[in-house]
Write a protein that binds this ligand. Structure first.
Ligand code: SAM
Length: 244
């Protein structure tokens, strides 16, 4: 069965994405652990360790498409008492799970804001760091999200994006293909009773631009010293750029 997401017109893409995350919000974190065999934790840790939030000066961080707060909580752990995080996500259901998790853990320095990555409701140069993990792939107009990232960052700060990438290890690529096309939709159906959402996930990964193309897009948004670092044989990559 083919989900046919690539035929969805741009104007409808966001609506479909919202349905996907609304549907899976409650079991989202569990599914991440199952699908990646826990690897997403290491990937997110690698992302946060590249961020190096200041432990002495106030550090205002923005995590876009931050969903259930997973990256944000790690940023708070890595930073000092003067670190605060804004989690911005377009989906109220994902944010509700995040708020609840923050409350349970007694986390106070995180705020949850319903916002579109393409049109952030924040002032120019108001953040010291920007992350987006497994989020930019879902945004219909990626260039707009990148331009907004550049706008809200203060000069001298870093943009970091963790995203599925292109497996470049012979042998692993075939295993990865088989795993994504066969196992993930079944796992999704089993755990969330929603196969279509996980079929969307697999297709959106396949359609995401290759690392060199994505790097150019980051540069076009105004970032400098753009680079990327593949992890786990290219299953994911961390893309980086600096606002000068
Ligand atoms: N960053 C979290 C993580 O790594 O666990 C969540 C990633 S989840 C795969 C993708 C998130 O992107 C969802 O919470 C979804 O609501 C959000 N999203 C999709 N389109 C968005 C947009 N245009 N602006 C902001 N968030 C968006």
């Amino acid at each position: 069965t083919h989900f046919g997401f690539e035929d969805v017109p741009l104007g409808e893409k966001q609506g479909r994405v919202d349905e996907v995350f609304h549907s899976v919000a409650g079991r989202y974190d569990l599914m991440n652990d199952l699908m990646s065999a826990g690897l997403h934790r290491l990937w997110k840790q690698a992302l946060v360790s590249m961020l190096r939030p200041s432990r002495t000066r106030p550090f205002r961080h923005l995590d876009v498409a931050g969903g259930t707060g997973d990256v944000a909580f790690r940023v708070l752990e890595a930073g000092g008492a003067k670190t605060s995080v804004t989690v911005a996500d377009i989906n109220a259901a994902m944010l509700a799970v995040g708020r609840e998790r923050a409350e349970k853990r007694g986390i106070e320095r995180a705020e949850f804001v319903e916002a579109n990555a393409e049109e952030l409701p924040f002032a120019d140069a108001s953040y010291d760091g920007y992350t987006i993990a497994f989020g930019i792939r879902n945004v219909p107009r990626i260039e707009r999200a990148l331009a907004e990232a550049h706008r809200v960052l203060r000069p001298g700060s870093r943009f970091l994006c963790l995203e599925f990438s292109h497996v470049d290890v012979p042998g692993l690529d075939a295993i990865y293909e088989a795993y994504s096309f066969n196992v993930i939709p079944k796992l999704g159906e089993w755990v969330t009773k929603d196969r279509a959402s996980y079929q969307y996930l697999v297709e959106s990964i396949r359609q995401f631009p290759p690392p060199a193309t994505f790097e150019r897009m980051i540069e076009e948004a105004g970032f400098r010293r753009v680079s990327h670092r593949p992890l786990t044989g290219g299953v994911v990559a961390i893309h980086s750029g600096w606002k000068i």
